[in-house]
Design a protein around this ligand. Sequence first.
Ligand code: ADP
Ligand code: MG
Length: 323
Amino acid sequence: PELQSQIAAGEVLERPASAVKELVENSLDAGATSIDVEIDRGGQERILVQDNGQGIAEQDLPLALTRHATSKIVSLDDLQRISSFGFRGEALASIASVSRTLITTIVPGADQGIQAEAVHGKLAEIRPAAIARGTRIEVRDLFANVPVRLKFLKTTATEAKRCQEAMAHMALAHLDVSFSLTHNGREIFRFLAGESLEHRLQRIWPPHLVQDLVPIQRERDGMRITGLVGTPGQAQGRGDRIIMYVNDRPVKDKLLLRALRQGYKGTLLSKEYPQAVLFLRLPTREVDVNVHPAKTEVRFLDERAIFSLIQGAVRNGLDACLA
Ligand code: ADP
Ligand code: MG
């Protein structure tokens, strides 16, 4: 099982940013409204995620660290309806198999917290520990026992940047949750709960770009697209300033990208890389998010409907702002 976990880790966990993403997604799944992340040395030396979510019960803690133990699927039927971020139950086990992971957690109403440490997948005894609320997961020396993976990591600055990006992207889809990120003791950002999308965007993109974005919105057959897109007169954007979500999960998807570009065709200046933040919401039966372990790829049941929904919404929004 240890080897299995390490193999799984290879697929789910490419770099520190993937661990940050999985841990923060778990915090969101646990209903946290406040998520604070600290990383040291690009996340390679240490990642600490603290949340105020529902915590992990003592009997579930060993399971949470075991591959394929997920609290989020009860039956096969659930697979169809699943809408939380996690549902395969291998992220935490994967992280624990390639690091020293210390979990401290408390469930509401308990009079004491608990703590468990896993070193390269080996779980030590659960002991009582002090914690006020939620869950605190500290991951040290990621990939220390997988030297090949270490070799693929980039500079500390680059890995830190990727952690920052992964977290910021999740923060844009959860405006009611506060997030902070600290790297080597220095605060990188702090988003307060209740901020607007524009407000958060202004701290990741140049503010003037955000000012010129126009809102789009369209709904059809239970599918809805909303978001902000760059105006045609704006200078050419960059690939990393197109952020897309399906059911609040950040995704990379060629179909969505093509639909976005198509929306610009025939406007003043068609763009290869228009700035955009797009939120696509679909009934869960319309989308398969289980295509790839890292869950950034998706497959749609009705590609044509989605393409035309997005293209139409973008076109409409641009027309309205040019009129
Ligand atoms: P998945 O999210 O796919 O269920 P993970 O490996 O990411 O699997 O997490 C395993 C389990 O650990 C989760 O199902 C959840 O029950 C528990 N868990 C992990 N992180 C947290 C957290 N921050 N708060 C509460 N429960 C958590
Ligand atoms: Mg998860």
